[in-house]
Design a protein around this ligand. Sequence first.
Ligand SMILES: Nc1ncnc2c1ncn2[C@@H]1O[C@H](COP(=O)(O)OP(=O)(O)OP(=O)(O)O)[C@@H](O)[C@H]1O
Ligand SMILES: [Mg+2]
Length: 219
Amino acid sequence: MTDDVLLHAHELSLEYLDGSRRVRAVDEVSLTIRRGEFVGLVGPSGSGKSSLLFLLAGLRAPTSGHVELLGTVLPQKADLSAALRRRHIGFLFQEPFLVPYLDVRENALSHALDAEAEARLLTLAEAIGMGTMLSERPHRLSGGERQRASLLRALANAPELVLADEPTANLDHITGRSVMALLREQTRDAALLVVTHDPDMLDGADRILFLRDGKLQKA
Ligand SMILES: Nc1ncnc2c1ncn2[C@@H]1O[C@H](COP(=O)(O)OP(=O)(O)OP(=O)(O)O)[C@@H](O)[C@H]1O
Ligand SMILES: [Mg+2]
């Protein structure tokens, strides 16, 4: 493996047990993400995109296969991979969730690892029109503002890999574009994997992966 490989997924599968029914959400997916890459992930609803992102971040253990992050195989348990994930991965969930008792700034810094995170946060917040909202609690924010607040949290530690699940879904086109521009700028020396239903948000992507029934389609 060369130095610029950030993440390598090897024959990942994930089955959910839904009552007595087994759902194979991810089916033998292998992929490599290198430093500096901007990768899109598209596919129909239910094709396994969010599930694949959970596996790549170590938030779920694969039924089979494994993920190597910066040369380290992610442990089978999400709690054991937490430190690695926190240090290296910025994760944006499809449903933006924030701690209701904390304001935007506190939410964004809740996983901060270094003293620079706060200065970073202020610059990022200005760039996506959240500069004046840092003292607001989540219940006072619109859906799009909540999504941007969770983006601030995902970027607070300047992660090497950002995994973003529909980061622009609740945003108007112009705000969506500004969020994508910020994501790209922040991951210039890192890597970015974005799930989206909007092809416009993948302008300039190095490649676009297509998932169907949990399987990665050949380009
Ligand atoms: N916790 C779960 N338990 C059982 N089945 C699940 C669970 N989560 C997802 N699934 C199933 O796994 C499959 C993939 O779901 P997933 O959420 O990964 O799809 P997706 O591509 O992200 O869809 P969308 O575009 O709608 O967000 C679907 O058939 C879904 O019903
Ligand atoms: Mg999804």
